[in-house]
Every structure is written in C-alpha cells, then in structure tokens.
Design a protein around this ligand. Structure first.
Ligand SMILES: [Zn+2]
Length: 202
C-alpha cells in the first residue's frame, strides 16, 4: 500500500567510486598483523566508513593505485569498479548485487606487505537504492523490487535509469547508489536528488 507518491519522495544520491570491501584475513596479508583499519570518514549507511587505508588493484592490462577500503571488515572480499575501470584493468566483471560474487571476475590486490591473487570478487555493482524499512513501506516498495529512476534533473543530461534494485533493511539509510559511469552519463553529482518513476514488474 503506497502512502506517498514517488514524485513526492526525493532520494539522495551517492556516487560510488571504485572501492574494496575486505576480509580481516586479506587485510592482514596486505598490511601486516599489527596494522588497524582506521576511519577516514563515516558513510551515510550506518556503520559503514571510508578507511584511510588503500590498496592497489592490478589487472592484466592496467592498474589503479590508492583504491579506498570501505569498512568494517566483511566475510568475503569484494571489489566494485565501473565498466570504464574494467577496460583499464583488462577484465570483464559481471553486474552483480553486493555480496553475490560467486563466479565473478578475478583480480590482483596489492598492499604494502604483499599481493593477493583473487580468483573471484570483482564486480560492477548493480545500481541500487538502500531503503530504511519505514520509507520503503510508505512507498509500497519491497526488498528486491526493481524501479526506474530519474537522475540529473534539470542538469542538461536528465537520464532515466531502469533496473535499479531496491534493498530494504532496518540497518539502511535511504539513499541511491550509482557508480561513476552512471552518474557521469546523467551529469549527476554527489548529494543530488533522484526520483523513482515507477516499479518494474517482470
Ligand atoms: Zn549501496
């Protein structure tokens, strides 16, 4: 039951640059056992933070230095890059929801104390909106719904994105996450407002 119309519900945009979620074990392999993962700044999602520590991501064709770690530690290491990044690295990662890395692309991760050759873990994140449960309820949105959104309103490259995955949790703050390719296509900036246009029913 939808109590608030989509056009009356502005959603804040966060643009995700390439980053890595990492296990404690992998972190220790890259940085040594005595080094702590330290906070650079809090992210809007409760408990999530950008760390001071960064890694290098190495592909067969190219590499990125100083790729930020997003903490806290996770149960599996996951690297999220844009499609443009994938061409620089020379790899073909699939579009995946966060956490779904089985059979995804491999990559080498480098740190001050060594390198790890990952067989899988590199993905292009499916564009998504995190919803706090009460917000989702008032909009009639359920976990795993797909929606179309309007991005870059009145910026000269207003763009409609389809296949936007809705994730609902009491642990989320309501926020839309796009990667740099998507944001650039729509001339969008961090903190912009996006709007849901409609739900997609497959
Ligand atoms: Zn997200």
């Amino acid at each position: 039951m939808q109590k608030i119309k989509f056009e009356e519900f502005p959603i804040i945009l966060h643009i995700s640059n390439r980053h890595i979620h990492i296990t404690k074990e992998h972190f220790e392999q890259l940085f040594g056992k005595d080094i702590q993962l330290t906070k650079y700044k809090d992210l809007l999602q409760p408990g999530q933070f950008a760390a001071n520590e960064t890694v290098d991501i190495l592909g067969p064709k190219g590499e990125f230095r100083n790729v930020r770690i997003v903490g806290p530690f996770r149960n599996s290491t996951q690297i999220e890059i844009s499609r443009t990044d994938s061409f620089v690295l020379g790899i073909r990662p699939p579009i995946r929801d966060s956490g779904n890395i089985k059979g995804s692309e491999g990559v080498v991760v480098g740190g001050p104390k060594g390198k790890i050759e990952l067989k899988e873990g590199c993905i292009i994140a499916q564009r998504h909106i995190h919803f706090f449960v009460e917000d989702a309820k008032s909009l009639g949105i359920e976990d795993k719904d797909l929606v179309k959104i309007l991005v870059g309103k009145s910026k000269g490259r207003e763009t409609i994105f389809s296949d936007v995955l809705c994730r609902v949790s009491k642990n989320y703050a309501t926020e839309c996450h796009l990667d740099t390719d998507e944001a650039n296509a729509a001339m969008a900036d961090n903190g912009d407002i996006v709007y849901i246009l409609e739900k997609i029913r497959y």
